[in-house]
Design a protein around this ligand. Structure first.
Ligand code: IPD
Ligand code: CA
Ligand code: CA
Length: 267
C-alpha cells in the first residue's frame, strides 16, 4: 500500500501538470487548430502534447508498464501494469471554450484498476482513489449520494455523436428516465461524470460507446466512494465493453431496468 500511495501522489502531480498545460493553451486556442479523427471526433495538438507529457512522466515513474492512451500511445506487451490515459477528456468542451474538461489516468494491475486520478481543470478539483483506500477530492473523503429512488435522482449521461446505430434505443431509455427522475445532465466529460457520481452530485450515470481511457480512473473512484458500476447486462464488462452504468448503488437496478426495457441487444 505504501508504494501505491507514492504512485498516487506522483500521478496526481502529473495530472495537475498536464492540466496546467491545457489551461494555459486554452487561452490561446482557436478553431483553426482543430483536427478531425472521425465523425464528430475532434482532437488538437493540446490533446497530443498532454498525452506526451503524461506518458513520458509515467514511464519514468513505473518503467515496466504498458500504456493504453487515447491519442495513440499503445504498448500492450502483457506487462502486469498498464496505464490507461485520457490526456484531455472533454475535447469538444475544450474546443468550444465550455469549462468542463479533465485529465484522466487509471492504473490497471492485471485485470483490475488499482489507482485512478481525474483532474477537472476548470474547477481545480482533483478526484482520486487507490483500491481499498476510499475516494477523495482535494483531500476530502467523498461518498456517493443517498438518493433511494429515481424520483429524487439527477442522472448524468453522454449523448451519442459517432456510433449512431443505437441512437433510437438510447433515446427511448433517455425519454423514460427524463420523466421518472429529477433531471438529466450532459456535461461532456465522462471522467468528470463518474466523479460527480462518486461525490454525490449525480445519483447515477450511463453512457454507451465509451472507451477504456474514458472510464478507467472514474470507475474506481465511484467504487471507492461506495457506489456501484456495471455494464448494461449488470455484469462487469465495463472497462472494455463500451457500456457503463455507475450509481450510488440504491438506484442502480432502477437505471438498469429503464435501459434494459429499450436496449435491443440484437441490433
Ligand atoms: C468524450 C467525453 C464525452 C463522452 C464521449 C467521449 P473526449 O471524450 O468523455 O463526455 O460523451 O463519448 O468520447 O473525446 O472528449 O476525450
Ligand atoms: Ca474521453
Ligand atoms: Ca480525450
Amino acid at each position: 500500500m505504501a508504494e501505491l500511495t507514492y504512485l498516487l501522489d506522483q500521478t496526481i502531480a502529473i495530472a495537475k501538470e498536464a492540466g496546467a498545460f491545457i489551461r494555459k493553451e486554452r487561452n490561446e486556442f482557436d478553431l483553426s487548430k482543430v483536427e478531425h479523427k472521425g465523425l464528430n471526433d475532434l482532437v488538437s495538438y493540446v490533446d497530443k502534447q498532454s498525452e506526451k507529457l503524461v506518458v513520458e512522466k509515467l514511464a519514468a515513474l513505473l518503467p515496466d508498464s504498458d500504456f493504453i492512451a487515447e491519442e495513440g500511445t499503445m504498448g500492450t506487451s502483457g506487462k502486469a501494469y498498464t496505464w490507461v490515459i485520457d490526456p484531455l477528456d472533454g475535447t469538444t468542451n475544450f474546443i468550444h471554450g465550455i469549462p468542463s474538461f479533465a485529465v484522466s489516468i487509471g492504473l490497471k494491475h492485471h485485470e483490475e484498476i488499482i489507482l485512478g486520478v481525474v483532474y477537472e481543470i476548470n474547477l481545480d478539483e482533483c478526484f482520486y482513489a487507490i483500491k481499498g483506500g476510499g475516494a477523495w477530492c482535494n483531500g476530502k473523503n467523498i461518498k456517493v449520494s443517498k438518493a433511494a429512488d429515481l424520483s429524487s435522482a439527477l442522472i448524468g449521461t453522454g449523448f451519442p455523436y459517432s456510433a449512431l446505430g443505437k441512437i433510437d434505443d438510447y433515446l427511448a431509455a433517455l425519454k423514460s428516465l427524463m420523466s421518472k427522475t429529477h433531471g438529466i445532465r450532459r456535461i461532456g466529460s465522462a471522467a468528470t461524470d463518474l466523479c460527480y457520481v462518486a461525490c454525490g452530485r449525480f445519483d447515477g450515470f450511463f453512457e454507451y460507446n465509451l472507451q477504456p481511457y474514458d472510464v478507467a480512473a472514474g470507475l474506481l473512484i465511484v467504487q471507492e466512494a461506495g457506489g456501484e458500476v456495471s455494464d448494461f447486462n449488470k455484469g462487469t464488462d465495463y472497462l472494455f465493453g463500451k457500456k457503463i452504468i455507475a450509481s450510488n448503488g440504491h438506484i442502480h437496478n432502477a437505471i438498469w431496468e429503464e435501459i434494459n426495457r429499450f436496449w435491443n441487444k440484437e441490433s
